[in-house]
Design a protein around this ligand. Structure first.
Ligand code: IPE
Ligand code: IPE
Ligand code: MG
Length: 236
């Protein structure tokens, strides 16, 4: 395991992942699109487990963006159904392993059943001591920021009190550290509106590997690349 050969201070505390490439993975195999998403979900479980073994404390996963509603209806419904079918089981499994689950994103537009399942998963695991796994579903970075600004105004906070440290407490990621390493699979070189505040000073790692193929060796490559970066935060 690569973690053993890297120095602790070269190790990310918070890893965010844009798991992209499910559809192309399925297409390459002549499978229906949803099979790609199903395999993507399986892979998420094993990557999260591995990152936990590597002592990464925060993992944030982009699973469905506010822009993904614009996909064909059958794909959107399929994705929602996949989550509905699996969320309770997955939540119980993560709970057994001491993982704390969080949801990043809005609940608007989701079925009452899904909303309730998301809330119960978060509640069930809220006091767990292990990794914090944040699941960005129905998430958009700009809308997160606009939503924060609205709540600051409706809470009647005076302008001079609004600074970065107050602002971040209004984000979905309240209480979490900034992202150290952002991984995007699937070959696109963009962040697609994911955690735009929280990745302002992150290291980026892009790979052509499609998400269902992103295995432990690929995680190691990303962690190794991160360990060789020099983070300066504007300093010398
Ligand atoms: C990412 O895979 C998963 C979601 C956006 C839900 P895609 O479905 O975007 O796969 P590609 O990028 O089209 O291959
Ligand atoms: C980003 O992937 C969103 C998720 C991985 C959930 P997309 O496939 O939707 O991103 P774009 O459209 O290529 O930017
Ligand atoms: Mg994609």
């Amino acid at each position: 395991m690569i973690v053993d050969s890297l120095k602790e201070n070269n190790f990310p505390n918070h890893v965010a992942i844009i798991m992209d490439g499910n559809r192309r993975w399925a297409e390459q195999r002549g499978l229906p699109r949803l099979e790609g998403h199903r395999n993507g979900l399986e892979n998420m479980r094993s990557v999260v487990r591995y990152l936990g073994e590597c002592h990464v404390k925060y993992v944030s996963i982009f699973a469905f963006s506010t822009e993904n509603w614009n996909r064909p209806q059958d794909e959107v419904l399929g994705l929602l159904r996949l989550l509905e079918d699996r969320i309770d089981h997955e939540a119980r499994e993560f709970h057994k392993r001491g993982v704390r689950l969080r949801h990043l994103g809005g609940l608007d537009g989701l079925s009452p059943h899904l909303r309730q399942a998301i809330n119960s998963a978060v509640e069930l695991t809220q006091n767990n001591p292990g990794m914090t796994l944040s699941f960005a579903f129905n998430y958009g970075g700009r809308s997160e920021i606009v939503n924060a600004a609205r709540r600051i105004i409706s809470d009647g906070i005076p302008p001079e009190k609004v600074d970065e440290s107050l602002f971040r407490t209004y984000l979905y990621t309240n209480g979490m550290p900034d992202v150290d390493l952002l991984i995007r699979t699937g070959g696109e070189l963009r962040i697609s509106n994911f955690l735009i505040w929280q990745t302002a000073y992150s290291e980026y790692y892009f790979t052509e590997v499609l998400w269902p193929d992103f295995n432990e060796q690929e995680v190691d490559k990303a962690l190794l690349a991160y360990s060789q970066r020099q983070r300066r935060f504007g300093r010398l």
